[in-house]
Design a protein around this ligand. Structure first.
Ligand code: 9Z3
Length: 326
């Protein structure tokens, strides 16, 4: 048996699984629109500037993917993620001079809007007379910041937001982004914070209509989602700097699992986090280090992402200088 990819599966098997996943996935409805926006964004940010290279571009993935159980989907399996990590990280990357492709789950936290209430339209605004709407004083600061910073990032061409819901949409879009960003070489970064399903129901095996409860207990076979991180590294964007996340609820196995993910998927770094304290501390695992990164509790409004992104930007700079050192 010829095992070359470190994943414990023969390369041909992985290739066949990847091919079967994409061939059987329902085609993206707005593929041409996404492709146009993506090409324009990457092209604009790849233009060489004063520093002799283009702008660095990071794809930040955020939120959880769903696995539909019916083609005309009524029920689905979901992966937990509020999207807070992705949104906070996006703000920090833009601040550090990166352009960000924000691939996010519809309905999750958005960059610059994290401090707005859950229902901003009805909570932040009030009607003063029949034709005038104004921002409530209590929310004025947060609304102003959200609108100004968000609009600036988009207007300057530093933020492209692309939404997904299902695992099929997510992986097709990640592939498009990977291939498109490959032309940026080592200037490209992938920061894969989305919580991605490990199992799915292939489209062709899926019931078309709503599964009927009258038929008794539900017996359903889920297939493993092919290991796309290794495909991203090997085929889609081989020169990009890649960071994935490892989430566990059992602290005892977290670092070991992060180490395995680092090696198996040939990531440059894996960010290990435990569900219960993920907003307080993460551990960045590399081939020869384990670096603990914490939120500064003495600073009001500090986020762990402020420190994490600073570290990753430094490491990306080192990688750009010496791609073989990592
Ligand atoms: C993470 O571990 C993220 O840090 C969180 C962020 C989802 C925990 P929130 O969105 O939370 O701020 O609420 N993301 C990766 C989770 C994941 O599914 N990882 C897979 C795994 O652990 C590898 S892709 O096996």
């Amino acid at each position: 048996m010829d095992v070359k990819n470190g994943l414990g599966v023969p390369q041909e098997t992985l290739d066949a699984e990847v091919k079967s996943f994409f061939e059987s996935a329902p085609p993206l409805q707005n593929r041409d629109d996404i492709s146009g926006k993506l090409e324009e964004f990457v092209e604009r940010n790849s233009a060489v500037s004063g520093n002799g290279r283009g702008r660095r571009v990071v794809c930040v993935t955020s939120g959880g993917t769903t696995v539909p159980l019916e083609q005309r989907c009524v029920r689905y399996i979901d992966n937990f993620s509020s999207g807070h990590r992705g949104a906070a990280s996006t703000e920090n990357f833009i601040k550090a001079g990166y352009a960000v492709i924000f691939l996010y789950r519809r309905g999750t936290y958005q960059p610059y809007c994290r401090s707005l209430p859950e229902d901003p339209l009805v909570e932040c605004f009030e009607i003063t007379d029949e034709s005038n709407i104004q921002v409530r004083q209590s929310h004025a600061e947060a609304v102003k910041k959200a609108i100004t910073e968000h609009h600036a990032a988009v207007a300057e061409g530093h933020l492209l937001k692309l939404p997904f819901t299902t695992i099929f949409e997510y992986l097709q879009m990640l592939q498009m982004i990977g291939v498109s960003m490959s032309r940026l070489g080592a200037n490209a970064m992938f920061y894969l914070a989305a919580a991605v399903s490990d199992f799915y129901v292939p489209w062709k095996n899926m019931a078309e209509h709503k599964i009927q409860s009258a038929s008794g207990p539900l017996d359903m076979r889920l297939v493993q989602v092919p290991k796309m991180l290794s495909v991203l590294r090997k085929d889609w964007a081989p020169l990009a700097f890649c960071i994935s996340f490892k989430l566990e609820t059992d602290a005892k196995i977290l670092l070991e699992k992060a180490d395995v993910a680092l090696k198996k998927n040939k990531m440059h770094m894996v960010v290990a986090n435990e569900l219960s304290n993920r907003n307080e501390e993460v551990v960045v695992v590399t081939a020869n280090e384990k670096i603990s990164v914490r939120r500064d509790k003495t600073q009001v409004g500090d986020d762990v992402e402020n420190h994490l992104i600073r570290l990753l930007v430094e490491r990306h700079s080192a990688y750009l200088e010496n791609p073989d050192d990592l």
